[in-house]
Design a protein around this ligand. Structure first.
Ligand code: AVJ
Length: 315
Protein backbone atom coordinates (compact mmCIF):
# COMPACT_ATOMS: atom_id res chain seq x y z
CA UNK A 1 0.00 0.00 0.00
CA UNK A 2 1.28 3.46 -0.85
CA UNK A 3 0.24 6.42 1.24
CA UNK A 4 -0.09 9.88 -0.20
CA UNK A 5 2.98 11.84 -1.21
CA UNK A 6 4.57 14.21 1.30
CA UNK A 7 5.15 17.88 0.84
CA UNK A 8 7.20 19.77 -1.71
CA UNK A 9 9.97 21.79 -0.09
CA UNK A 10 11.84 23.09 -3.10
CA UNK A 11 10.25 25.64 -5.39
CA UNK A 12 11.13 27.55 -8.53
CA UNK A 13 11.82 30.54 -6.31
CA UNK A 14 14.26 28.52 -4.23
CA UNK A 15 16.09 27.49 -7.41
CA UNK A 16 16.30 31.10 -8.58
CA UNK A 17 17.57 32.26 -5.20
CA UNK A 18 20.19 29.48 -5.00
CA UNK A 19 21.53 30.20 -8.48
CA UNK A 20 21.59 33.98 -8.08
CA UNK A 21 23.37 33.87 -4.73
CA UNK A 22 25.73 31.09 -5.82
CA UNK A 23 26.81 32.95 -8.96
CA UNK A 24 27.38 36.14 -6.95
CA UNK A 25 30.22 34.56 -4.96
CA UNK A 26 33.90 34.90 -5.64
CA UNK A 27 34.14 31.17 -6.36
CA UNK A 28 30.86 30.70 -8.18
CA UNK A 29 29.01 27.65 -6.92
CA UNK A 30 25.57 26.06 -7.08
CA UNK A 31 24.47 23.42 -4.51
CA UNK A 32 24.54 19.95 -6.05
CA UNK A 33 20.90 19.18 -5.17
CA UNK A 34 19.89 21.27 -8.20
CA UNK A 35 21.55 18.79 -10.57
CA UNK A 36 18.59 16.46 -10.11
CA UNK A 37 15.69 17.65 -12.25
CA UNK A 38 13.96 14.90 -14.27
CA UNK A 39 16.69 14.93 -16.93
CA UNK A 40 19.43 15.15 -14.31
CA UNK A 41 18.06 12.11 -12.48
CA UNK A 42 17.99 10.18 -15.77
CA UNK A 43 21.58 11.21 -16.51
CA UNK A 44 22.72 10.25 -13.03
CA UNK A 45 21.15 6.82 -13.51
CA UNK A 46 23.05 6.54 -16.79
CA UNK A 47 26.28 7.42 -14.93
CA UNK A 48 25.73 4.51 -12.55
CA UNK A 49 25.94 2.18 -15.54
CA UNK A 50 29.15 3.49 -17.16
CA UNK A 51 32.32 1.47 -16.70
CA UNK A 52 34.39 4.33 -15.24
CA UNK A 53 31.89 5.03 -12.45
CA UNK A 54 32.71 2.22 -10.01
CA UNK A 55 30.72 3.24 -6.84
CA UNK A 56 27.22 2.03 -7.74
CA UNK A 57 28.10 -1.42 -9.03
CA UNK A 58 30.61 -1.93 -6.20
CA UNK A 59 28.14 -0.96 -3.50
CA UNK A 60 25.36 -3.01 -5.11
CA UNK A 61 27.64 -6.03 -5.02
CA UNK A 62 28.49 -5.39 -1.35
CA UNK A 63 24.79 -5.12 -0.45
CA UNK A 64 23.93 -8.27 -2.46
CA UNK A 65 26.64 -10.32 -0.83
CA UNK A 66 25.89 -9.16 2.71
CA UNK A 67 22.13 -8.59 2.56
CA UNK A 68 21.44 -11.24 5.19
CA UNK A 69 23.86 -9.67 7.70
CA UNK A 70 22.37 -6.25 6.99
CA UNK A 71 18.83 -7.59 7.42
CA UNK A 72 19.78 -9.15 10.75
CA UNK A 73 21.17 -5.80 11.82
CA UNK A 74 17.80 -4.16 10.98
CA UNK A 75 15.85 -6.80 12.91
CA UNK A 76 12.35 -8.16 12.46
CA UNK A 77 9.43 -5.85 11.67
CA UNK A 78 11.73 -3.01 10.66
CA UNK A 79 10.72 0.52 9.77
CA UNK A 80 13.18 1.53 7.05
CA UNK A 81 13.89 5.18 6.23
CA UNK A 82 15.92 5.99 3.16
CA UNK A 83 17.54 9.38 2.60
CA UNK A 84 17.98 10.34 -1.06
CA UNK A 85 16.19 7.26 -2.28
CA UNK A 86 16.99 7.63 -6.00
CA UNK A 87 16.30 4.56 -8.10
CA UNK A 88 16.12 2.24 -5.09
CA UNK A 89 17.87 -0.79 -6.63
CA UNK A 90 20.02 -1.48 -3.55
CA UNK A 91 17.02 -0.87 -1.33
CA UNK A 92 15.08 -3.62 -3.09
CA UNK A 93 17.91 -6.03 -2.36
CA UNK A 94 17.88 -5.05 1.31
CA UNK A 95 14.07 -5.10 1.69
CA UNK A 96 13.97 -8.50 0.04
CA UNK A 97 16.26 -9.84 2.78
CA UNK A 98 14.34 -8.23 5.69
CA UNK A 99 12.08 -10.30 7.91
CA UNK A 100 8.50 -8.96 7.91
CA UNK A 101 9.43 -5.30 7.31
CA UNK A 102 6.68 -2.92 8.39
CA UNK A 103 7.15 0.36 6.63
CA UNK A 104 9.45 1.94 4.04
CA UNK A 105 9.83 5.74 4.04
CA UNK A 106 11.87 6.94 1.05
CA UNK A 107 12.88 10.60 1.29
CA UNK A 108 14.06 12.47 -1.82
CA UNK A 109 13.82 15.89 -3.43
CA UNK A 110 13.48 14.40 -6.93
CA UNK A 111 9.69 14.01 -6.81
CA UNK A 112 9.27 12.32 -10.20
CA UNK A 113 11.83 9.65 -9.56
CA UNK A 114 10.59 9.16 -6.02
CA UNK A 115 7.10 8.42 -7.34
CA UNK A 116 8.49 5.85 -9.80
CA UNK A 117 10.66 4.10 -7.24
CA UNK A 118 7.85 4.08 -4.72
CA UNK A 119 5.35 2.44 -7.04
CA UNK A 120 7.86 -0.18 -8.18
CA UNK A 121 8.74 -1.13 -4.62
CA UNK A 122 5.11 -1.08 -3.46
CA UNK A 123 4.24 -3.44 -6.32
CA UNK A 124 7.09 -5.81 -5.62
CA UNK A 125 6.42 -5.95 -1.86
CA UNK A 126 2.62 -5.79 -1.61
CA UNK A 127 2.56 -6.36 2.15
CA UNK A 128 4.95 -3.51 2.87
CA UNK A 129 3.55 -0.06 3.61
CA UNK A 130 5.35 2.65 1.65
CA UNK A 131 5.25 6.33 2.57
CA UNK A 132 7.28 8.61 0.26
CA UNK A 133 8.33 12.03 1.52
CA UNK A 134 9.46 14.77 -0.86
CA UNK A 135 12.01 16.64 1.20
CA UNK A 136 15.58 17.86 1.17
CA UNK A 137 17.24 15.59 3.72
CA UNK A 138 20.10 18.06 4.17
CA UNK A 139 17.62 20.34 5.94
CA UNK A 140 15.51 19.84 9.00
CA UNK A 141 12.27 18.03 8.40
CA UNK A 142 9.91 16.06 10.59
CA UNK A 143 8.96 12.45 10.16
CA UNK A 144 5.24 11.78 10.02
CA UNK A 145 3.85 11.37 13.53
CA UNK A 146 2.66 7.95 14.70
CA UNK A 147 5.12 5.73 12.89
CA UNK A 148 4.44 2.06 13.59
CA UNK A 149 6.41 0.47 16.38
CA UNK A 150 9.38 -1.67 15.44
CA UNK A 151 13.08 -1.01 15.15
CA UNK A 152 13.82 2.01 12.95
CA UNK A 153 16.81 1.87 10.66
CA UNK A 154 18.01 4.47 8.19
CA UNK A 155 19.48 3.39 4.86
CA UNK A 156 21.75 5.95 3.25
CA UNK A 157 23.57 4.32 0.34
CA UNK A 158 25.39 5.80 -2.66
CA UNK A 159 28.03 7.68 -0.65
CA UNK A 160 25.67 10.62 -0.79
CA UNK A 161 27.16 11.64 2.56
CA UNK A 162 30.25 12.54 0.49
CA UNK A 163 28.36 15.49 -0.99
CA UNK A 164 28.19 17.11 2.45
CA UNK A 165 31.00 19.13 3.97
CA UNK A 166 32.12 18.42 7.53
CA UNK A 167 29.60 20.72 9.18
CA UNK A 168 26.73 19.47 7.00
CA UNK A 169 27.71 15.83 7.52
CA UNK A 170 27.64 16.25 11.30
CA UNK A 171 24.30 18.06 11.10
CA UNK A 172 22.94 15.29 8.90
CA UNK A 173 24.19 12.48 11.13
CA UNK A 174 22.76 14.27 14.17
CA UNK A 175 19.36 14.64 12.51
CA UNK A 176 19.46 10.96 11.57
CA UNK A 177 20.17 10.28 15.25
CA UNK A 178 16.93 12.07 16.14
CA UNK A 179 15.03 9.97 13.58
CA UNK A 180 16.41 6.46 14.15
CA UNK A 181 18.58 4.35 16.44
CA UNK A 182 20.47 2.46 13.76
CA UNK A 183 21.71 3.08 10.23
CA UNK A 184 23.34 1.44 7.23
CA UNK A 185 25.42 3.88 5.25
CA UNK A 186 27.53 3.68 2.07
CA UNK A 187 30.87 5.47 2.04
CA UNK A 188 33.21 5.81 -0.92
CA UNK A 189 36.84 5.32 0.07
CA UNK A 190 40.01 7.21 -0.77
CA UNK A 191 41.95 5.70 -3.62
CA UNK A 192 44.32 6.69 -6.39
CA UNK A 193 43.43 10.01 -7.97
CA UNK A 194 43.32 8.64 -11.52
CA UNK A 195 40.56 6.17 -10.68
CA UNK A 196 38.66 8.91 -8.86
CA UNK A 197 38.94 11.44 -11.67
CA UNK A 198 37.86 9.03 -14.39
CA UNK A 199 34.82 8.09 -12.30
CA UNK A 200 33.80 11.77 -12.43
CA UNK A 201 34.85 12.41 -16.03
CA UNK A 202 33.88 9.18 -17.73
CA UNK A 203 35.05 8.54 -21.28
CA UNK A 204 31.45 8.16 -22.51
CA UNK A 205 30.81 11.80 -21.52
CA UNK A 206 27.76 11.01 -19.42
CA UNK A 207 29.04 12.89 -16.35
CA UNK A 208 29.81 15.89 -18.54
CA UNK A 209 26.21 15.82 -19.84
CA UNK A 210 24.93 15.48 -16.24
CA UNK A 211 26.90 18.53 -15.11
CA UNK A 212 26.09 20.65 -18.19
CA UNK A 213 22.39 19.85 -17.77
CA UNK A 214 22.46 22.31 -14.86
CA UNK A 215 23.12 25.16 -17.30
CA UNK A 216 20.37 23.87 -19.60
CA UNK A 217 18.04 23.85 -16.61
CA UNK A 218 18.98 27.44 -15.75
CA UNK A 219 18.35 28.45 -19.38
CA UNK A 220 14.98 26.74 -19.34
CA UNK A 221 13.66 27.60 -15.91
CA UNK A 222 15.33 30.94 -15.20
CA UNK A 223 15.32 32.37 -18.68
CA UNK A 224 19.09 32.04 -18.84
CA UNK A 225 21.43 32.57 -21.77
CA UNK A 226 24.32 30.17 -21.15
CA UNK A 227 25.85 29.07 -24.47
CA UNK A 228 26.09 25.35 -23.71
CA UNK A 229 28.92 24.75 -26.16
CA UNK A 230 31.15 27.37 -24.49
CA UNK A 231 31.23 25.75 -21.05
CA UNK A 232 33.00 22.48 -20.32
CA UNK A 233 32.78 19.89 -17.58
CA UNK A 234 35.84 19.39 -15.40
CA UNK A 235 36.57 16.97 -12.54
CA UNK A 236 39.22 18.15 -10.05
CA UNK A 237 40.81 16.47 -7.06
CA UNK A 238 40.87 18.72 -3.99
CA UNK A 239 43.51 17.22 -1.71
CA UNK A 240 42.72 19.45 1.29
CA UNK A 241 39.04 18.50 1.23
CA UNK A 242 39.75 14.91 0.12
CA UNK A 243 37.07 15.48 -2.50
CA UNK A 244 36.47 15.15 -6.21
CA UNK A 245 34.92 18.41 -7.38
CA UNK A 246 32.82 18.97 -10.47
CA UNK A 247 33.16 22.33 -12.16
CA UNK A 248 31.66 24.00 -15.22
CA UNK A 249 34.39 26.07 -16.87
CA UNK A 250 33.73 29.05 -19.13
CA UNK A 251 35.89 28.91 -22.26
CA UNK A 252 35.58 32.67 -22.81
CA UNK A 253 35.19 35.85 -20.90
CA UNK A 254 31.54 36.78 -21.17
CA UNK A 255 28.46 38.16 -19.50
CA UNK A 256 25.58 35.73 -19.01
CA UNK A 257 22.09 36.99 -18.31
CA UNK A 258 19.68 34.91 -16.24
CA UNK A 259 16.68 35.72 -14.09
CA UNK A 260 17.00 39.29 -15.35
CA UNK A 261 20.54 39.73 -13.98
CA UNK A 262 24.00 39.83 -15.49
CA UNK A 263 26.86 37.60 -14.34
CA UNK A 264 30.41 38.14 -15.53
CA UNK A 265 32.80 35.26 -16.24
CA UNK A 266 36.48 35.55 -17.01
CA UNK A 267 37.97 33.05 -19.43
CA UNK A 268 38.64 29.84 -17.48
CA UNK A 269 36.41 30.83 -14.56
CA UNK A 270 34.39 27.97 -13.12
CA UNK A 271 31.15 27.26 -11.34
CA UNK A 272 31.68 24.63 -8.64
CA UNK A 273 28.69 22.28 -8.83
CA UNK A 274 29.51 19.32 -6.57
CA UNK A 275 32.03 17.93 -4.11
CA UNK A 276 32.23 14.19 -3.52
CA UNK A 277 34.30 13.55 -0.43
CA UNK A 278 36.27 10.34 -0.11
CA UNK A 279 36.89 8.91 3.34
CA UNK A 280 39.06 6.38 5.05
CA UNK A 281 37.36 4.24 7.67
CA UNK A 282 39.14 5.87 10.62
CA UNK A 283 38.19 9.41 9.57
CA UNK A 284 34.61 8.39 8.91
CA UNK A 285 34.41 6.56 12.23
CA UNK A 286 35.39 9.64 14.19
CA UNK A 287 32.97 11.80 12.19
CA UNK A 288 30.17 9.39 13.07
CA UNK A 289 31.26 9.39 16.70
CA UNK A 290 31.02 13.19 16.84
CA UNK A 291 27.35 12.87 15.92
CA UNK A 292 26.58 10.16 18.50
CA UNK A 293 27.14 7.00 16.45
CA UNK A 294 29.39 3.97 16.72
CA UNK A 295 30.37 1.89 13.71
CA UNK A 296 29.33 -1.68 14.46
CA UNK A 297 30.14 -3.55 11.24
CA UNK A 298 31.79 -2.69 7.95
CA UNK A 299 31.45 -4.56 4.68
CA UNK A 300 33.78 -3.91 1.77
CA UNK A 301 34.43 -5.16 -1.74
CA UNK A 302 37.56 -7.21 -2.38
CA UNK A 303 39.50 -4.30 -3.82
CA UNK A 304 38.54 -2.08 -0.88
CA UNK A 305 37.07 0.62 -3.08
CA UNK A 306 33.84 1.17 -1.16
CA UNK A 307 32.46 0.46 2.32
CA UNK A 308 28.99 -0.08 3.70
CA UNK A 309 28.85 0.49 7.47
CA UNK A 310 26.28 -0.24 10.12
CA UNK A 311 25.96 2.39 12.83
CA UNK A 312 24.42 2.15 16.28
CA UNK A 313 23.30 5.17 18.25
CA UNK A 314 25.42 5.43 21.39
CA UNK A 315 23.89 8.38 23.15
C1 AVJ B 1 24.90 10.26 -6.06
C2 AVJ B 1 25.95 12.03 -4.97
C3 AVJ B 1 26.75 9.85 -4.64
O1 AVJ B 1 28.87 12.04 -5.72
O2 AVJ B 1 29.34 10.14 -6.63
C4 AVJ B 1 28.09 11.03 -9.75
C5 AVJ B 1 26.75 11.96 -7.77
N1 AVJ B 1 28.17 13.13 -9.41
N2 AVJ B 1 28.89 11.57 -10.68
C6 AVJ B 1 28.55 11.03 -6.36
C7 AVJ B 1 27.65 12.03 -8.94
C8 AVJ B 1 28.93 12.85 -10.48
C9 AVJ B 1 27.11 10.87 -6.81
N3 AVJ B 1 26.19 10.78 -5.63
Amino acid sequence: MTLELGFQTRSDEAFRAAVVSGLSRKQKSIPCCWLYDARGSDLFNAITRVEDYYPTRTETEIVSQNAQDMANFCGEGAVLLEYGAGSGIKTEILIDALRAPRLYLPIDIAADELAQTTSRIAKRFPRLDVFPIVADFTRDFDLPPALPLGPRTAFFPGSTIGNLNLREAIAFLSRMHRHVGAAIIGVDLKKDVRTLLSAYDDSAGVTAAFNLNLLARINRELDGAFPLDRFIHEARWNQTESAVEMHLVSLDSRVVTLAGRDFTFFSGESIHTESSRKYDLVTFGSLAETAGWRVSQSWRDRAGQFAVLSLDAVS
